[in-house]
Write a protein that binds this ligand. Structure first.
Ligand code: NDP
Length: 311
């Protein structure tokens, strides 16, 4: 028999937890399905310095645990598991966890976040888990005193490079443009770190090695008259080239843009399906910040409350 709830929240990042705090304080007795990565993407970073309320910075697991406990205090029920199927064509909406446990909900808040992108080169797959990683915080420890490369020129890449420089002998940053896209403060940290060498205008062609990553073939100024091939010896290859939204599951019901971000109604979290709301990075191609996600989670819970009272 299906579990009947008023408000179901999918995802345990800042958007999901904040939605849970607001929904539980509004007496919606929400159930939150935690998903594959408890605490969301933030838990793959090292330290959060820009979330208001933590003047000395905070360890991401700590921050997410604080949010969870805050939601728990007001009665949110947490379910560990992954949503595998939904049916938003009916009312109440149906959601299945691990294909077996069925929920029926008046309102659903989608807060499934985004996941790391890969370059799409063959050898990335060959060496996945054997030198290729998309999470420096998770895997950096294995590369102590070794040489690694980080691909990307945004804030994530800079953060990962700095973190790895604290553990590794040397860190290459492979940046396809002649400049970094990251914020000024992050750029300065990278450029002033003697362990980091930034390879501007380089693209990775392939990874090499016997059973594990031992090197990368790069090309400098690809397609230009002065194009040059370059090989670097590395032990680890870290992707930090952005993310794609985790929204495949909802594609039959909820409108998405060309990149898969859920389309919401103006600055509200309302989707095209009445009673289904989207919050956080799954619907935000622009800001992708924990504080913005948290704010949109609050908005989604307020809208869910309004919707439930209206039906
Ligand atoms: P971004 O989209 O900002 O940057 C992606 C980087 O990867 C760019 O340098 C891009 O190059 C490069 N890239 C993309 N595709 C490829 C490819 N196929 N080959 C090589 N390089 C590629 O993503 P981030 O994850 O860095 O950041 C996302 C958002 O999160 C941003 O708004 C950022 O500010 C924020 N953020 C903030 C942090 C903080 O404030 N502490 C920490 C981490 C993220 P190009 O520039 O050429 O497009």
């Amino acid at each position: 028999m299906a579990n009947r709830v008023k408000c179901l929240i999918i995802g345990s990042g800042p958007a999901g937890y904040t939605a849970a705090i607001y929904a539980s304080r509004a007496n919606l007795a929400p159930v939150l399905i935690e998903g594959p990565q408890l605490g969301g993407q933030l838990t793959t970073t090292t330290e959060v310095e820009n979330f208001p309320g933590y003047p000395d910075g905070v360890e991401p697991f700590q921050m997410m645990d604080d949010m969870k406990r805050q939601a728990e205090r007001f009665g949110t029920q947490f379910v560990s598991g992954v949503v595998t199927k939904v049916d938003f064509s009916v009312s109440p909406k149906k959601v299945w966890v691990e294909d077996t446990e069925e929920y029926e909900a008046d309102a659903v808040i989608i807060a499934t976040g985004a996941s790391a992108k890969y370059l799409g080169i063959e050898s990335e797959r060959t060496y996945k888990g054997r030198g290729v990683s998309a999470c420096a915080t998770c895997d950096g420890f294995f590369y102590r005193k070794k040489t690694v490369a980080v691909v990307g020129g945004g804030d994530t890449a800079c953060e990962e490079a700095n973190y790895l420089a604290g553990l590794c002998e040397k860190v290459y940053m492979i940046v396809r443009k002649p400049y970094l896209r990251a914020s000024e403060i992050m750029q300065q940290r990278v450029l002033n770190n003697p362990k980091i060498e930034v390879l501007f205008e380089h693209n990775t062609v392939q990874l090499t090695g016997e059973g594990k990553v031992q090197g990368a073939d790069l090309v400098y100024r690809k397609g230009e008259a002065d194009e040059v091939m370059k090989h670097i010896a590395i032990d680890g290859f870290f992707l930090a080239i952005g993310h794609h939204p985790n929204t495949e599951l909802f594609k039959d019901y909820v409108n998405r843009d060309a990149e898969g971000y859920i389309i919401v109604d103006g600055d509200s979290p309302r989707t095209n399906v009445p009673g289904v709301f989207a919050a956080g990075d799954c619907a935000d191609p622009h800001y992708r910040q924990a504080i913005v996600a948290a704010g949109s989670g609050a908005k989604a819970a307020i809208e869910a409350d309004k919707y439930i009272k209206s039906i």
